[in-house]
Each structure stands twice: as C-alpha cells, then as structure tokens.
Design a protein around this ligand. Structure first.
Ligand SMILES: [Zn+2]
Length: 258
C-alpha cells in the first residue's frame, strides 16, 4: 500500500496536437484533437509534467489555427483582458461529464462549493464525485474548476497548487489582493458605493469591510462575494453580521473610510 495518495490525472480525449503557451499565469500546455480543444494544463503545473499528463507522445509545435486562437484567448484572460472563453471543446464520455458541464456555467468572478456544483450538475448529494471531477478536469481554466471551493469558503485543492488557484481567483477579483486589503478590494469593486458590503458565501453573512479587516473573520484567504449595498446582499439571500451591523446607515458616515 503506497503511503502517498495517487495524484489525480486529467481524463482527456486523446489529442493529436499540442503547444505550450506563455501567459502571465505561467506556461500552459494546450492540446487539441481535430477542431476541438482537449486539454489545458492547470497554471502552476510544470510543462514536462503537463505534457506527460495531457499529451504523452504528442510532439509540440508552434500554435496555428485553433491552438493559436486558444493561445490568444488564454493570454488575454491571464492579463485580465478577457473573462469568458469561446472555444470548441472535446470532453471524454465519463460519468464525471455532468460536473464539467455544470462547472462551465460558473461565471467569472464567482465561486461555488462542491455540494453546489453537484446540485448544478443535477447530482445532488454527490459532492465527493464533484471533487473527483474537478481533480480530473482535462481543460483547466476554460472549465473553471478553480471557482469551486470547499463548503467553508476555503480553497481546498488545485492541480497546479493552491498558489495557482489563489492567483486565478485574485485575477478574477474573488480574492482580496494582499496589497489593497479588504477595504481597497471592496472600493475597487464598488467605487461609487459608500455602503458596499463583503459577503461570505458559506456562512451567508455580510459585513462592512471594517469588520472583516478588524480580524474577527479571517476573510483574506477566502473566496468572497460583494454587494453595492446591504439591500442587494439581502436580496441575494445573505443576512447581516450581528457584530458590525452593516444595515445601520449611521455606521457609514459619508466622509469616513469604511
Ligand atoms: Zn461583521
């Protein structure tokens, strides 16, 4: 019995071409079969390992046609200039397929839990299978498995490592940039909203930035949502924090930094 758990492998349609794309997120291996993309390696995965997992035996070449278009879209995404992908994909026949299809519907800048993904895939209760599907996702980034986090809002695993998952979520504005802190993060997302609030998906509670920054909640390493006002947060099904009382307008003096 080996002491180390097996590393999950992508389950991929066999490709006939491959290329390595240099992006702001690092080098990505992209593979195709005919006129469909079959693989994108998770950022953070060394190229040699990505080639072994996605395209063993397939020679790499300079991208043209579909691979060139995929390279263009991935580079733009990694720069923050693009939030969706428009690429034809080929996914293998697998019992995990519904989870990959559901994952493609998670919008850029949002996160859901494995349990929610199972529900989206019409496999309620199969959070574990959802986790297996994300771990064996053959087309990273484009099928955004990085947007699936555990039920407490923590990032859980990622093929390319947690630093890579963090970088992807930061790029999409889901994670707080360490330099700007929570108030800066919130202000950047809602520049004109004095009563913007930060919300934690898992607990369904929203707070003023000052509350979270005060350290009661360790929010900096969690995937978050934000709303322009307490009313918007309530409409989305969140409830106010009882400590910082974000619904009380007098706690938002117009000139004071929140
Ligand atoms: Zn609070």
């Amino acid at each position: 019995m080996p002491a180390v758990a097996a590393i999950p492998r992508p389950i991929t349609v066999t490709p006939d071409s491959a290329t390595v794309v240099e992006t702001d997120l690092g080098s990505l291996v992209v593979t195709a079969a005919g006129d469909r993309i079959t693989g994108v390696s998770a950022p953070g995965t060394p190229v040699a390992e990505a080639m072994r997992m996605l395209a063993a035996g397939v020679p790499t070449a300079a991208p043209d046609g579909l691979l060139a278009e995929a390279a263009r879209q991935l580079r733009a995404y990694a720069r923050g200039d693009r939030r969706t992908f428009d690429l034809p994909l080929a996914l293998p026949d697998s019992s995990l397929r519904p989870f990959w299809d559901a994952c493609r519907r998670i919008p850029c800048g949002h996160t859901i839990s494995y349990g929610e993904l199972a529900a989206w895939a019409e496999r309620p209760g199969q959070a574990r299978a959802a986790g297996s599907a994300m771990a064996s996702n053959p087309i990273a980034v484009v099928i955004p498995c990085h947007r699936v986090v555990d039920s407490t809002g923590h990032l859980h695993g990622y093929g390319g490592g947690l630093d890579a998952k963090r970088a992807l979520l930061r790029l999409e504005g889901v994670l707080v940039d360490d330099a700007s802190g929570l108030p800066g993060w919130l202000a950047a997302r809602h520049p004109a909203a004095a009563q913007a609030v930060v919300a934690v998906r898992s607990t369904r509670v929203y707070c003023r930035a000052a509350c979270a920054a005060g350290g009661r909640l360790d929010l900096r390493h969690r995937a978050l949502a934000s709303f322009a006002s307490p009313a918007e947060a309530r409409a989305a099904g969140y409830r106010p924090c009882r400590l910082c009382r974000p619904d009380e307008a007098h706690l938002f003096p117009p000139d004071a930094p929140v």
